[in-house]
Design a protein around this ligand. Structure first.
Ligand code: ATP
Length: 316
């Protein structure tokens, strides 16, 4: 029995940790991928989790599977394919710790996941199925994602979605918009950033959250605002939660995913339907997630930068 099963990319982020005397970056290989970051936060905060995905049968693939095993995320649903390479992403950070991605070796293993390779039995006993859009950027992973979403919906699972827009991975903006729109229409719980709302509709996060509730049938929306925190909304109301102050940001990689996983862990503890949370409960869940996400920016990496719950509680 798993609380949350996610489907999607598992990859190695090469992130700059220093520069040499000529100004060239020294890169550190770090396990990454949005669903893994999301599940790492959930697992750290007491939930049982599993990932559906694909890596190459190579050193990086083994490293990723071992990392998830060590964190306690079930790897039963991860396919190792000798015919593809584990996906590699190269990260550059600006002076404020904000990151840009470029991807090598296209297509990476993550987009080569086929529908018939999915272990859908993992979804039978879970409460929530989570996905993003990297697995929607191309076939066969797009069909695999759609098959998993359909199966989860047929079996009455809550559907959670984080668009996680990475523009360089799409042929054009229209293709990205079309797939994100599809994902939003499937979902009960959405974590979306202010930049993604701007990209989709050119409106504010508050307007975006209301649009998702009223026009897309979403039941709980987190519209994250980067360093400013998050606007959260459901049918009972909405509120804005600021991020904690005094955070020394080094690397924001994975902050949004860690926000999403942390929020989901607190939501599941309430054991309520998403639309029934009171505004006070929305605020408490979101405060925890903002603190956990902000604290994760104080170290490099995503999956490995989730801090223990007592550190989050200490700054709440
Ligand atoms: P990503 O795609 O990088 O994973 P995102 O765009 O989905 O992130 P953001 O809105 O950037 O999500 O950030 C999510 C949460 O992380 C914010 O709500 C906030 O709590 C925390 N956070 C992000 N950036 C910062 C920062 N510079 N300082 C403090 N907290 C931050």
């Amino acid at each position: 029995m798993k609380d949350v099963v996610a489907l999607g990319e598992l990859l190695i982020d090469f992130a700059p940790v220093s520069t040499d005397e000529s100004g060239y970056p020294t890169l550190k290989a770090q396990p990454g991928g949005a669903p893994g970051n999301f599940l790492a936060a959930l697992t750290k905060y007491g939930c049982s989790t599993a990932l559906l995905g694909k890596v190459g049968e190579d050193a990086f693939g083994n490293l990723l599977v071992n990392t998830l095993d060590t964190l306690g995320i079930s790897t039963k649903g991860i396919v190792k394919d000798p015919s593809v390479f584990t996906t590699l992403a190269f990260v550059t950070l600006d002076a404020t710790g904000n990151r840009e991605f470029s991807f090598a070796r296209k297509p990476g293993a993550d987009t080569c996941l086929r529908p018939e390779e999915l272990d859908l039995s993992l979804l039978d006993d879970c409460k929530v199925f989570h996905f993003g859009t990297l697995s929607l950027t191309g076939e066969p992973a797009r069909s695999a994602t759609r098959a998993a979403v359909a199966y989860a919906k047929e079996h009455g699972k809550l559907i959670s979605f984080d668009p996680n827009l990475r523009k360089p991975l799409w042929p054009n903006d229209e293709a990205a918009r079309e797939q994100i729109e599809w994902g939003l229409h499937q979902s009960d719980i959405v974590k979306i950033s202010d930049e993604e709302i701007e990209f989709l509709w050119g409106i504010s996060p508050e307007e975006g959250a209301q649009k998702l509730l009223k026009e897309y049938g979403v039941r709980l929306v987190y519209a994250t605002l980067g360093p400013k925190g998050c606007h959260v909304a459901n049918a009972n109301g909405c509120c804005e939660v600021p991020s904690p102050t005094g955070i020394h940001v080094i690397d924001t990689t994975g902050a949004g995913d860690i926000f999403g996983g942390s929020a989901m862990s607190q939501f599941l503890r309430l054991n309520k339907a998403p639309e029934t949370l009171t505004v006070e409960e929305l605020r408490a869940v979101t405060r925890f997630a903002c603190c956990a996400a902000s604290l994760s920016t104080q170290t490099h990496g995503g999956i490995t930068s989730v801090v223990p719950e007592d550190q989050v509680r200490a700054i709440l």
